[in-house]
Write a protein that binds this ligand. Structure first.
Ligand SMILES: Nc1ncnc2c1ncn2[C@@H]1O[C@H](COP(=O)(O)OP(=O)(O)OP(=O)(O)O)[C@@H](O)[C@H]1O
Length: 407
């Protein structure tokens, strides 16, 4: 189910119209009958449409399904990916597709480039991709899920992420810059940083710890709880400390270097909830405890003061009357009804973020989680042929790997 953008350049505008026809038909047909595809594509002359259908099926963007009553086609994830990519390309938001740098539990992260050459991140939401933790419990449900639900829910997840990222960014939070959203995808600025999870030592853990707690409280001041605030979703940028004037130049390899300032950047907002949510206190405490536990385990740091409580968070909210980002996001188009639908679906398919993930007790990082994540795709059972796509090297060779860029 990885993005393979190779074939996009061979598709004609007719092929895209037919693909969009299959997408439109999928909204109310589990299997879209061929005559409906012809009709929805709005193209004259059936033969062109049939040629396009066969091209799209060969490329695994749609899959033929023999129904009891009729034959038809179903949109595959790849088809939805191409529709979104095509839209981003038309809006000049993406010029070329680079390497996939991450396979999250519920998304793929791909480096893309703008025509200016600047690198960006394309995040493709893939809700309904079976988590290795929930395969057994959810298999039956997922087997019967229909195309409409994963498409719709993944789109809701992208809308949610985009709306929150925008609201947070506009209010001074350190998050990537949201650039565009289309269907189940968002384009955002690339943060040249590693997740906290990959940082083995920090010069002054107390400073970073209190900064992270301040972010949790600051979110609450705007009526929000991240809900999945942990070492995977906090990227750490290393910057030279502007206050360190007159000191020796910064040396990023020196963990004790006082000139280095670590700047946390928050990503991934699938579980962001309002401070008025029924389980707000539980989510708030979980965010605080995640950081506490992680700092203790990884950096052997225990704070002298207890972490902020939910009561502190509520008090903080009163300091900011009138500025409620939970309310603002609702008004921006990601409605309360959508939030509820997404939450219910995520619960049903077992999405509980990283906070509920089993953690190893090892100090050092290992790649095992990534491997487990990668293997999820083998469990995928969406009734469609699996796309046999190679990993990142199948993508546009002109783009360099992110790791190289970071050097
Ligand atoms: N804007 C960005 N800039 C740089 N790297 C990013 C960016 N967004 C995501 N990443 C990288 O991709 C990884 C996964 O991103 P993210 O947490 O948003 O996806 P996810 O599917 O929700 O993952 P998971 O649920 O497994 O945490 C991050 O840990 C980070 O390394």
């Amino acid at each position: 189910m990885k993005l393979d953008a190779k074939a996009i350049r061979y598709l004609t505008s007719e092929d895209f119209r037919v693909l969009a026809g299959v997408e439109a038909g999928s909204r109310n047909h589990e299997v879209v009958p061929t005559p409906l595809i012809v009709q929805l594509s709005g193209l004259r002359g059936g033969s062109g449409v049939h040629r396009s259908i066969s091209v799209l099926a060969k490329t695994n963007l749609i899959a033929k399904v023999k129904n009891a009553k009729y034959d038809g086609y179903r949109l595959a994830y790849g088809g939805l990916d191409y529709l979104a990519l095509n839209a981003h390309q038309k809006q000049k938001c993406i010029y070329s597709v680079g390497n996939q740098i991450g396979v999250g539990k519920e998304s793929d992260i791909v480096v893309v480039a703008h025509s200016s050459g600047s690198q960006r991140i394309l995040k493709i939401h893939r809700l309904g991709r079976i988590s290795f933790r929930t395969v057994k419990t959810n298999r039956d449900y997922l087997r019967h899920r229909n195309t409409g639900s994963w498409m719709y829910m993944s789109r809701l997840a992208a809308m949610k992420e985009f709306a929150f990222m925008k609201a947070l960014r506009e209010n001074g939070f350190s998050v990537p810059e949201p650039i565009a959203q289309n269907r189940h995808t968002i384009v955002m600025s690339l943060i040249d940083a590693f997740p906290l999870r990959q940082i083995s030592k920090v010069p002054r853990p107390a400073e970073l710890y209190s900064e992270l707690m301040d972010i949790i409280l600051e979110l609450a001041r705007f009526g929000l709880i991240h809900g999945d605030f942990n070492e995977f979703n906090i990227l750490i940028k290393e910057e030279e400390d502007p206050d360190a004037k007159g000191k020796a130049p910064a040396n990023v390899d020196d963990e004790n270097d006082e000139n280095i300032r670590l700047v946390p950047v928050l990503i991934d907002f699938p579980q962001m909830v309002s401070i008025d949510h029924a389980n707000a206190e539980m989510y708030f405490d979980r965010d605080v405890n995640c950081i506490k536990r992680y700092f203790q385990r990884k950096f052997h740091f225990v704070s002298d003061v207890p972490g902020p409580s939910f009561a502190d968070a509520k008090k903080n909210l009163l300091k900011n009357p009138g500025k409620r980002l939970d309310v603002e996001v609702e008004a921006s188009g990601f409605s309360r009804k959508m939030a509820r639908e997404l939450e219910a679906y995520m619960k049903e398919v077992g999405v509980d973020g990283d906070a509920g993930a089993p953690r190893d007790d090892e100090e050092e990082d290992d790649d095992s989680e990534e491997e487990e994540d990668g293997s999820e795709e083998d469990h995928s059972d969406d009734g469609q042929p699996e796309e046999e796509t190679g990993p990142s090297d199948s993508l546009d060779d002109s783009s360099r790997r992110l790791e190289e860029l970071r050097v």
